[in-house]
Design a protein around this ligand. Structure first.
Ligand code: CP
Length: 311
């Protein structure tokens, strides 16, 4: 495998999940695989889980890790071909990506959506800039439109927790005071398309995700109806896609409560705003899987890095 950019790079989800679960049982089993190899983690945005879990995964494989908060500490990058760089941007992606490639064997990038320019966000200029100009494999640590490491960790968590032949899984929008990207929801939808499940997306009207991603996924605007007999409820806020990046509703009726959750397991990628997105009783209760999802980020990253190192 050359790069891990989206859920579409997973050739067999059951095999990857099974391999990740084996790594979880014995994280140091392949410690010599990454010996003498280095990964650079470049962050254009904040992180807790992605940073620590990807670092941990690389260390479990015997790799050296270099981390840079590129957004705060790096030169401001220019991505446009032929740009006259007489303004704020000091370095072109052409040089930056080639320079980074000399210092490490894999580069992992976090670069969120601007939520102001749909065309630019969908072009994934930062991630694809590194793919185009770096000479080493690139891993997506959450880009404008995708968070495939999170989706893989979610698949591992569901596999561990599932007791049904065909579970009912609901992706439920929740309110949030800020405009958030679509990346987590997009990758969760794509991951569900690889699973045998009764999958339903529920959100207020106007919050439809990119139809090229949701394809024929069931959408139910009545949350109560969508949640009936759910086994897993994945709660996430995202901003409007059609009215790009706008917050159209902060309706607190969409906050997940213990009552609405019923007997389902609760999932969220974290970080989460308590008593806005989900009430305390859910997060503090036994049905919440959020801490295990975060734990599984290590083994999701480890299976990805292992496959890259092996190829
Ligand atoms: N879920 C997730 O990606 O967490 P961080 O933003 O803290 O990395």
């Amino acid at each position: 495998m050359k790069h891990y950019l989206s859920v579409k790079d997973i050739d067999s989800l059951p095999n990857w999940v099974s391999e990740a679960r084996k790594l979880k049982e014995d994280p140091a089993a392949h410690k010599s695989l990454g010996e003498g190899k280095t990964i650079c983690l470049l962050f254009f945005n904040n992180s807790l889980r992605t940073r620590l879990s990807t670092q941990k995964a690389a260390m479990n494989l015997g790799m050296e890790v270099m981390v840079m908060n590129f957004g705060a500490e790096g030169w401001q990058l220019e991505f446009e071909d032929g740009a006259v760089m007489n303004r704020g941007k000091s370095e072109h992606i052409k040089e930056a990506a080639k320079v980074v490639s000399q210092f490490c064997d894999i580069v992992a990038i976090r670069a969120f959506a601007s939520l102001t320019d749909k065309e630019k966000d969908e072009a994934e200029i930062v991630l694809n800039g590194f793919v185009k100009y770096a000479s080493i494999p690139v891993v997506n640590m959450e880009s404008s439109t995708a968070h495939p490491l999170q989706a893989l960790a979610d698949a591992i968590t569901m596999d561990e927790q599932n007791s049904q032949a065909r579970p009912k899984v609901v992706l439920s929008w929740a309110p949030h005071p800020k405009a958030l990207p679509h990346a987590v929801a997009n990758s969760f939808v794509e991951m569900m398309q690889l699973q045998d499940a009764d999958f339903v997306i529920t959100h207020p009207e106007g919050y439809e995700l990119n139809p090229e991603i949701t394809k024929d996924a069931a959408i139910e605007y009545d949350e109560e109806k969508a949640l009936e007999n759910a086994d897993f409820v994945y709660v996430k806020n995202w901003s409007s896609y059609s009215n790009y990046g706008k917050v159209l509703s902060q309706d607190s009726d969409w906050m997940m409560t213990k009552e609405k959750l019923g007997k389902a397991k609760f999932m969220h990628c974290l970080p989460v705003r308590r008593n806005v997105v989900v009430e305390d009783a859910v997060l503090d209760g036994k049905q919440s899987l959020v801490i295990e999802q975060a734990n599984n980020r290590t083994f999701a990253a480890q299976v990805v890095l292992k496959k890259i190192l092996e190829s």
